[in-house]
Design a protein around this ligand. Structure first.
Ligand SMILES: [Ca+2]
Ligand SMILES: [Ca+2]
Length: 130
């Protein structure tokens, strides 16, 4: 983990750089797809969700995260087949990143970055490392 200062621009610039962003999303997808069948089951997504979204693992948050997760899963499983395919995953991540960016606003925010999180990628992108 490391600390970084980010704002809305950090996240938005990353998401709008289509190629870099889609590569990262693809990487995330592969990381989460434990059985390699090219779709994410509910449990695969749940497993990696906290990690890629940099959500803490504090147990008191568990219930809240479960609830958030279920809402997200149901909303983005557009064809209602109980799993998330790469296209659904891309929409999901894009939307979550936009929400995160809006949450930061224009003033710099100090954040803790988890190594595999998308925010970490956004920061690396800002520094021209990806
Ligand atoms: Ca899978
Ligand atoms: Ca689906």
């Amino acid at each position: 983990m490391s600390l970084a200062v980010v704002n809305e621009t950090t996240v938005m610039t990353f998401v709008e750089d289509r190629k870099a962003f889609e590569n990262c999303v693809e990487e995330c997808f592969e990381m989460l797809d434990a059985d390699g069948d090219r779709v994410l089951s509910r449990s695969e997504l749940r497993e990696g969700f906290c990690k890629i979204m940099s959500l803490g693992h504090e147990s008191r948050e568990e219930e809240k995260i479960d609830h958030l997760f279920n809402t997200i899963f149901n909303r983005f499983d557009e064809d209602r087949n109980g799993s998330i395919d790469p296209q659904e995953f891309r929409c999901l991540i894009r939307e979550l990143m936009f929400a995160m960016g809006r949450g930061f606003g224009n003033s710099p925010v100090l954040v803790v970055l988890e190594i595999d999180s998308l925010l970490m990628k956004a920061v690396e992108h800002e520094f021209g490392r990806i």
